[in-house]
Design a protein around this ligand. Structure first.
Ligand SMILES: Nc1ncnc2c1ncn2[C@@H]1O[C@H](COP(=O)(O)OP(=O)(O)OP(=O)(O)O)[C@@H](O)[C@H]1O
Ligand SMILES: [Mg+2]
Length: 434
C-alpha cells in the first residue's frame, strides 16, 4: 500500500490519463480508418464519373491519382470477353463490389456507358487498407504527444502543490533543538491550517511547561541561596577557633562543599535568568573594557598559580547587549581557561573587530577538550567524559545562551601545533554601529 499522498495522486492521475488516451486513441483510430476507406470509395466513384465521359477508352493505371494508390480502369467492352476475371466482372451489377483479380482481393466500381459498353475502376484491397491505416495512425499523433505532456504537467502541479508542506517540514527540521517558537502559517495552503494550528497549540503548551520549569529552578536556587549563605557564614565563624587537626580537615571539606553548592546555585540562577530574559535592556557595551575588567578580577588567582594571563591584542569594539550578561559570558570563558590551565601556563585574550563583528578570542595552554566532547561541552551539566577540576558544568550553557541572544556565534577548537595544546574559544558578536 502506497503511503505517500503525492505518489498516490500521481499514480491515480497517470492511470486516468493513460486510460483516457488509450480509449480515445482506439476510437479515433477506428473512426479515422473507416473514414479513409469511405474516402477511397468516393475517389473510385469520381474516377468512374470521369471515365464515363472520357473520349479515350483505354485500360490501365489512372494518372493524376497518387501513384501508390494503384487505381486502374478496366475496359470491359459491350459483351463479356477476355480473361476469366474480366468475364466475372462483366457479371457484376453497376456499383461498388469486393472482388478478386489475379488472385488478389480488390475493390471495384462497375459502370455502364449510355452506348452499352462497360468498364470497371479497380483498386487492390491491400493498398486501400494500407493507406487507411496510415491515415488513421496519423490522427493518433496529437493524442500520443498530448499524453506525455499531460503527465509532465500533472507531475509538476502535484510537486508544486506539495511544496509548502515540504517547506514547512524543512523549517521544522532546520530548527535549533531548543527553538519552540510558533510555526508561521503564512503561505501554507488552507488544508494545512488545522494541522499547523494543532502543532502551534502543542508548541504553546511546551513553552508554558518550560517556562514553569525554568521559574521553578530559579525560585528553588533563589530560596536555597539564603540558607547556604548563612551556613557558609557559620562555617567561616568556626575558622578562628582553635581545633584539632582532624577537625580542621573536616571543616575545610565542609567549607569547600559550601563553596561548590553556592557556585552551583549562582550558575543555576544565571542560567534560569538567561532563559527568561528576552534580551533585557540592550545597550552599547564596550567589549574591550569588559574583557579588561574580567582579566583584572581573575589576575590574583592566575598569578597565585603562576599563570600568565593577558592580552595579545586589544582594540576598542562595541556590541549591543545586556552588560551584565556579557560580563558573565566573558567571565565564564576566562575562568574556564584559567581553571583548566596547569600552573605556570598561559591564557591569552584577543579582542578586535572583524567584518562588522566584535570578536573575543581566548586561548589557553591547558589540555584542550577531547574531540568527542567538543560538540557537547555547551550542554547543561556536561563536564566531559572524564570530568576534572571543580565546576557545575553550567558555565558554557550560560555563555551559549547569552551569545545566542546577542545574535552571535561561538566556536570551540583545540589548538593544534607542535608542542602546543589548549582550547581556543572564539566568540563573534554583531558590532554595534556607532
Ligand atoms: N578551557 C578549557 N580547557 C579544557 N576543557 C574545558 C575548557 N573549558 C571548558 N572545558 C570543558 O567543558 C566542560 C564544561 O565547561 P563549563 O564551563 O560549562 O562547566 P564547568 O567549568 O565544569 O562548570 P562551571 O563553569 O559551572 O563552574 C568543563 O567541565 C571542561 O570539561
Ligand atoms: Mg566553567
Amino acid at each position: 500500500m502506497l503511503t505517500s499522498l503525492r505518489g498516490r495522486l500521481f499514480i491515480g492521475l497517470t492511470a486516468i490519463i493513460v486510460l483516457m488516451g488509450a480509449v480515445g486513441g482506439t476510437f479515433t483510430y477506428f473512426w479515422a480508418y473507416s473514414e479513409a476507406i469511405e474516402m477511397q470509395d468516393s475517389v473510385l466513384i469520381q474516377i468512374g464519373s470521369f471515365a464515363l465521359n472520357a473520349s479515350i477508352r483505354q485500360s490501365g493505371l489512372v494518372n493524376g491519382v497518387d501513384a501508390d494508390s494503384e487505381v486502374a480502369v478496366v475496359e470491359l467492352g459491350d459483351a463479356p470477353r477476355g480473361s476469366a476475371d474480366d468475364r466475372r466482372l462483366w457479371g457484376l451489377k453497376d456499383g461498388l463490389h469486393n472482388d478478386v483479380r489475379q488472385g488478389q482481393p480488390v475493390r471495384v466500381l462497375l459502370r455502364t456507358r449510355p452506348d452499352g459498353s462497360r468498364f470497371a475502376v479497380t483498386q487492390r484491397t491491400e493498398i486501400r487498407t494500407e493507406i487507411a491505416a496510415d491515415m488513421a495512425i496519423r490522427t493518433l499523433l496529437p493524442i500520443a504527444a498530448l499524453v506525455p505532456c499531460l503527465l509532465l504537467v500533472t507531475g509538476l502541479v502535484i510537486a508544486r502543490s506539495f511544496r509548502p508542506m515540504l517547506r514547512l517540514a524543512g523549517n521544522l527540521d532546520a530548527r535549533q533543538a531548543d527553538d519552540i517558537g510558533e510555526l508561521t502559517a503564512a503561505g501554507a495552503p488552507s488544508e494545512l491550517q488545522p494541522f499547523l494550528g494543532s502543532i502551534n497549540g502543542l508548541l504553546e503548551r511546551m513553552r508554558a511547561m518550560l517556562e514553569q520549569q525554568r521559574r521553578f529552578i530559579a525560585d528553588a536556587a533563589h530560596e536555597l541561596r539564603t540558607p547556604i549563605t548563612a551556613l557558609s557564614l557559620q562555617a567561616e565563624n568556626l575558622d578562628p577557633l582553635e581545633v584539632a587537626p582532624p577537625m580542621r580537615n573536616r571543616l575545610d571539606a565542609l567549607k569547600s562543599g559550601m563553596r561548590r553548592t553556592k557556585h552551583l546555585l549562582e550558575q543555576l540562577l544565571a542560567l534560569a535568568r538567561q532563559d527568561a530574559a528576552p534580551a533585557a535592556a540592550s545597550e552599547a557595551v564596550q567589549l574591550d573594557m569588559i574583557a579588561k575588567g574580567v582579566v583584572a578580577d581573575l589576575l590574583p588567582e592566575a598569578s597565585a598559580r603562576s599563570i600568565d594571563l593577558g592580552f595579545t591584542m586589544i582594540e576598542p569594539v562595541t556590541v549591543d547587549g545586556d552588560p551584565f550578561a556579557i560580563v558573565s559570558a566573558v567571565r565564564n570563558l576566562v575562568e574556564n581557561a584559567v581553571k583548566f590551565t596547569p600552573d605556570g601556563g598561559n591564557v591569552d585574550l584577543g579582542v578586535y573587530g572583524e567584518d562588522g563583528k566584535a570578536v573575543i578570542q581566548i586561548e589557553d595552554s591547558g589540555p584542550g577538550v577531547p574531540p568527542q566532547d567538543l560538540g557537547r561541552i555547551g550542554e547543561p551539566f556536561f563536564r566531559g567524559c572524564q570530568p576534572s577540576g571543580e565546576g557545575s558544568g553550567l558555565g558554557l550553557s550560560i555563555v551559549k545562551r547569552i551569545v545566542d541572544q546577542c545574535g552571535g556565534s561561538i566556536l570551540f577548537e583545540n589548538i593544534a601545533g607542535t608542542g602546543r595544546s589548549g582550547l581556543r574559544v572564539t566568540v563573534k558578536l554583531p558590532a554595534a554601529d556607532r
